[in-house]
Design a protein around this ligand. Structure first.
Ligand code: ADP
Length: 351
């Protein structure tokens, strides 16, 4: 049970709630806008979290909650007209937001890599698979001989269950699952510390998706990878993530260890998402969907962004935004328990 409200966490760049001891990546107080003709889309607001060495962090929420915007910002790859308007993104303490173009080029792929949701649009249809690998390797290691680069790529592909001979083929000759594994291999080829997977299983069927989870788990252990898994699919993160950040309307609603969030979600939005996860043990008729849709981010509501859809909302929820507060969970066995964060008036009003 959650029993203590400790500090005001996530309220700005100085907060470091629920941080691993030595984070590889720290996002602090990040805010991102998209100025458009009808106003400014406040896509991400004051988001803070950190990623530990070898840790898998799930970022979940419905479509339009700001997850991809945040993933792209970490690589400093925001699409126009996206702008970071506040906060820091620290990779081993160095701010990605203020890196020079050359520093960014060197960082992408070598230190942090990204696997996008649609491999068919991310792979160049006119390039053989091997040329995708050669391009990346030459960029970061121009001194590597072509034969060595091909061997390196072939070894990695075979580790991912793809015959190295298939490197001579084009993306359209591969199945969806193979293309996804090729994208992962391309992400891993320079042995980055961090890999960001954005909706990695959207184009996969359920069986291939199960294989993907096993694969990610295996690679994580072998390469001591830190992984950010961005998805609307809670079932997917349940199987692999250590911690989960739940986003709604561009803000963090809850952050908890995944072992706790599925059994004891704090935020009503997290509970709602969990109740929507198909469970084979459940009678299909009992499955629920959440009514309504995420808020307009040009003119977000004044109070809690989830209030309009929240079954537990009361007056205060519509008047003022709840701060993201750090709370310690007592496990009832005398151990210090886990640190969780939640932005909800149900748990009190003190900072
Ligand atoms: P998610 O990944 O959770 O689906 P996104 O990060 O894609 O969410 O979107 C967050 C918000 O930013 C949404 O309101 C979306 O419409 C808006 N948005 C995303 N990209 C752009 C863009 N290029 N121009 C304007 N608004 C955008």
């Amino acid at each position: 049970m959650t029993d203590t409200i400790k500090t005001n966490a996530g309220a700005g760049p100085s907060s470091a709630a629920a941080s691993p001891a030595s984070p590889v990546l720290e996002v602090r107080g990040l805010s991102i806008d998209y100025p458009i003709a009808i106003g400014t889309v406040k896509a991400v607001r004051d988001v803070s979290f950190s990623l530990g060495d070898g840790e898998v962090l799930g970022i979940v929420g419905e479509s339009g909650c700001g997850k991809s915007t945040m993933g792209l910002a970490i690589m400093n790859l925001l699409r126009d007209p996206g702008r970071i308007v506040g906060g820091e993104i620290l990779y081993h303490g160095k701010d990605v937001v203020t890196m020079t173009r050359d520093e960014l080029r060197a960082m992408r792929g070598r230190d942090i890599a990204m696997v996008f949701q649609n491999p068919l649009t991310s792979l160049n249809p006119l390039m053989k698979i091997q040329d995708h690998f050669l391009e990346t390797i030459r960029y970061h290691k121009p001194e590597m001989k072509k034969a060595d680069a091909l061997k390196h790529a072939g070894d990695l592909l075979e580790e991912l269950g793809i015959d190295r001979k298939r490197m001579r083929e084009y993306p359209h000759q591969m199945s969806g699952g193979m293309r996804q594994r090729i994208m992962i291999a391309l992400g891993l080829i320079m042995h980055p510390d961090v890999i960001i997977c954005d909706e990695p299983t959207t184009s996969l069927d359920v069986i291939v998706e199960a294989g993907f989870v096993d694969l990610l788990n295996r690679l994580r252990k072998k390469y001591n990878l830190s992984i950010i898994l961005i998805t609307h699919n809670l079932g997917l993160v349940a199987e692999i993530a250590d911690r989960i950040v739940v986003m709604y309307g561009g803000k963090v609603m809850e952050e908890s260890p995944s072992s706790l969030i599925f059994h004891d979600p704090m935020h009503p939005y997290a509970r709602g998402l969990i109740e929507c996860v198909p469970n084979i043990d459940l009678d299909q008729e009992k499955l629920t969907t959440m009514d309504g849709s995420p808020p307009d981010l040009v003119t977000p509501p004044p109070g809690c962004r989830f209030a309009e859809r929240c079954p537990k909302a009361f007056e205060r929820c519509r008047e003022a935004e709840p701060p993201l507060l750090e709370r310690r969970t007592s496990l009832g066995d005398g151990s210090p328990g886990a640190t969780r964060r939640c932005a909800c008036w149900l748990y009190g009003e003190e900072a």
